[in-house]
Design a protein around this ligand. Sequence first.
Ligand SMILES: *[C@@H]1O[C@H](CO)[C@@H](O)[C@H](O)[C@H]1NC(C)=O
Ligand SMILES: *[C@@H]1O[C@H](CO)[C@@H](O)[C@H](O)[C@H]1NC(C)=O
Ligand SMILES: *[C@@H]1O[C@H](CO)[C@@H](O)[C@H](O)[C@H]1NC(C)=O
Ligand SMILES: *[C@@H]1O[C@H](CO)[C@@H](O)[C@H](O)[C@H]1NC(C)=O
Ligand SMILES: [Ca+2]
Length: 454
Amino acid sequence: MRLALMCACWTLLLSVARVATETGDEKAAGEKAAGEKAAAPGCPIRFKSAGQCGDGEECPYQVTLPPLTIQLPKQFKMLEKTMKELQSLKETVNKLKSSCQECRKQADRDIQQDSGEAVPLDQPARGDNDEGGKPGDRAKDQQSLNIQEMQVKMNRMSSSLKNARNQINTLQGRLEGLNLINMDNVNSIVETKVANITTVINNLNSKCSSACPVVTSPQFLIAPRDCSDYNMMVEKKNGVYSVTPDPRSGTFKVYCDMESYGGGWTVVQRRINGSVSFNRTWAEYKKGFGNLLGEFWLGNDQIHQLTKAKDMVLRIELEDFRGVREYAKYDRFYVSNEFLRYRLTVSGYSGTAGDALHFNKHYDHDQKFFTTPDKDNDMYPSGNCGAYYSSGWWFDACMSANLNGKYYKEKYKGVRNGIFWGTWHNMTQEYYPTNFRNPFKTVKMMIRPKNYAP
Ligand SMILES: *[C@@H]1O[C@H](CO)[C@@H](O)[C@H](O)[C@H]1NC(C)=O
Ligand SMILES: *[C@@H]1O[C@H](CO)[C@@H](O)[C@H](O)[C@H]1NC(C)=O
Ligand SMILES: *[C@@H]1O[C@H](CO)[C@@H](O)[C@H](O)[C@H]1NC(C)=O
Ligand SMILES: *[C@@H]1O[C@H](CO)[C@@H](O)[C@H](O)[C@H]1NC(C)=O
Ligand SMILES: [Ca+2]
């Protein structure tokens, strides 16, 4: 058996890694040679058994601590403890090493005596015949004594190593947790936490509703969460209905499209005649504006609650003044809360109008924050897309679609601040700034649960 403890260096930058221990056959611990390699530069800890110890048995340890540099966090106390443990481990190994060295000398003599075989090439060069002792019973006794000692030490070491490994694993777990926070993932972490809390509260609610019926009124339990819940309850008729996607956030009115494409649609935006300005502030987009029977924006808070309560699909209906009608459907539509600046998640396009929300890699509205003329959350560094296009939208830098643009009744020139869908028919003809831009006559954005069955 050859043990090589290369170097252990303790500085504020501690090299730590997962310690892989293999506890092997205890007999193997009695094998007979020890050697030492030169310390590698950079002082990684390596603790290794390799080769054989003369009688062909495998050595039981293979411990590697590859370097991983970590800045010491608050858990320095833990590291200190681990360091001490590893330090004492090092001492144990050193003791072991010296006894191994004796053992090896003995073994070399045995090899030469008993078989006359050449010493294996990978054995370190020896200059240790200076003792000149003759092998005999006494030496053999000494050897087996050493072997027993080694066995005990190896066993102790094995358990210390296991301990150290556990501690290092714990530390690594914590450090990985810290890293996540550094990695700009705050948003998704917070969102997961919020979702988790929501789940917990919903669970509590349902537990409560069975355990304490007094607290929960029947109306509460059957309150429709969105227009699709009205599908069973009333005759299929378009109109304004009340919904409660999240009981804690209260009930609000929405326009339900109960007739198109199977019904059950909650309309979140509509443009029909330009009677309502969409050039509005953050606060107005937050709570919604307009007239549910005419043109309106339902409200970012409401859209968030609706899309959080269930997995929703989005259907966009567009019509231009030439009478061309097309649609775009997205299998996933989610709007985050205000804290996360109403970030849009939209994917799974199908339809006829083209996927203008993911136009190309430079114009992609997915995962973009909501921007209004008075609140710049867009990807355009030197200005506010919301102010430039006088609307609130999930602007990139800036847009390949904007359904909240100005309502033009006729074609127009200049800033393309009208209602816009970048994959629309003949759009390439509009790219020349001197050309007219074609307006849209009607727009409707509506959502429905993904698992809806009419
Ligand atoms: C939510 O939190 C609970 C308790 O902290 C935890 O057991 C569970 O795994 C979490 N769920 C999610 C989806 O994060
Ligand atoms: C949008 O509103 C702002 C602030 O009220 C105003 O200055 C701007 O002219 C408006 N833009 C359009 C196109 O109406
Ligand atoms: C726009 O449509 C709404 C709803 O039909 C109607 O009440 C309003 O008078 C119309 N406004 C204009 C300017 O046409
Ligand atoms: C596209 O433009 C051509 C030429 O101007 C016109 O004839 C055609 O109707 C347009 N197509 C649509 C779908 O608007
Ligand atoms: Ca900007």
